[in-house]
Design a protein around this ligand. Structure first.
Ligand code: ASP
Length: 339
């Protein structure tokens, strides 16, 4: 079977064209060739699917993650790789969620987008799309995919999706992967980081379940323990991602500690992540994290908040036993944290 790539268009700046009056409108994916005639020069099949109505990625959430995942799962056997065109604002969340929803991924799923619309003269969309397609089609001599990962390609770098953050709303170089080196650098040559790339371990499966009963809270000097408590008291809450200072530190506030203690007694899972862009949680290093350590919370190590919250949604929806949930939160499932 020859190579082939499926492009899934979900929306975002990447697919916008100027209607002629300065207003940006989503384009018809089937006109992709008109905007990128170079696509005709690929010597393999490129097909496309699209959301019925393209979305700004601010409006993309679990329902759309499931939709993208299903589109890929339904077409998994037919294509060498997949390219997802997506708005950059929440791309890190979608790529993280998809990385957890796919187990045993053995093909590339490359997310890309752009900062300037495809119709703009200086657009970055063309290069991003063309390179993402090349990455999605890369195989070894036996036809095995070289990048069995959910990645984000933007401006010369392919990153593991669940390690990324959108760090710049203006530069073409919009994404960072602060705690994990790039999977590939693309200049004149494609330089794959073989040591970093994952190897598929299980048979491919797609688990679409995602729990919405999750909260993400960031501690800050002067926060109100009462306001936090109102979130803790929510009857639906099953998982909390707590963004702490430095290596996992929180103020030594007895109300906060008592609230967290109640959560643990109620069986609500707490994952501790750091507000620092780089580095890892290390509970117990300072006196200000010993209470958390004693509460048996899960350390997110160097995970991003984007990956933490989507991992929590995935793990809670797909497991019943509290022990399994804890153990999965503490394990790196898809290379999302350095343990
Ligand atoms: N607001 C847009 C979106 O995320 C920005 C972009 O595509 O870069 O859909």
């Amino acid at each position: 079977m020859g190579k082939s790539v499926l492009i899934i268009y979900t929306g975002g700046t990447v697919g916008m064209i100027d209607a002629g009056n300065g207003v940006l409108l989503p384009f018809d994916i089937h006109n992709l060739l008109k905007w990128i005639p170079e696509l005709g020069r690929f010597e393999f099949k490129i097909d496309s699917l699209a959301f019925e109505s393209p979305l700004d990625s601010s409006n993309v959430g679990p329902k759309e993650w499931q939709q993208i995942g299903q589109m890929i799962a339904d077409n998994y056997a037919q294509y060498t790789g997949f390219v997802v065109l997506h708005g950059s604002d929440t791309m890190s969340y979608t790529a993280s969620a998809l990385s957890f929803m796919f187990d045993g991924l053995s093909k590339p799923v490359i997310f890309t987008g752009s900062q300037l619309p495809i119709g703009a003269l200086r657009t970055d969309a063309k290069e991003n799309i063309l390179t993402a397609i090349e990455l999605a089609a890369m195989t070894d001599k036996e036809g095995k995919a070289l990048i069995p990962e959910v990645g984000i390609y933007f401006e010369n770098h392919l990153f593991r999706g669940n390690r990324t953050i959108k760090a710049n709303s203006e530069n073409f170089d919009a994404f960072l992967s602060p705690n994990c080196t790039a999977l590939a650098e693309v200049g004149v040559h494609f330089k794959l980081n073989e040591a970093q790339l994952r190897k598929p371990s299980a048979a491919f499966s797609f688990k679409s379940g995602l729990s919405a009963d999750v909260a993400l809270l960031k501690v800050f000097p002067g926060f109100s323990a009462k306001v936090f408590q109102s979130v803790f008291d929510n009857q639906y809450l099953k998982g909390l991602v707590l963004e702490t200072y430095g290596t996992g530190n929180i103020p030594q506030d007895k109300h906060l500690i008592a609230g967290l203690q109640q959560l643990s007694e109620r069986g609500v899972h707490v994952m501790v992540v750091t507000q620092c862009v780089m580095g890892s949680v290390e509970l117990g290093r300072y006196a200000t994290s010993t209470d958390l350590k004693a509460l048996d919370v899960c350390s997110g190590h160097d995970i991003t908040s984007e990956a933490a919250v989507t991992k929590m949604m995935h793990v809670l929806a797909n497991n019943n036993s509290s022990e399994t949930i804890k153990s999965q939160l503490r394990t790196s499932l898809r290379g999302e944290m350095t343990v």
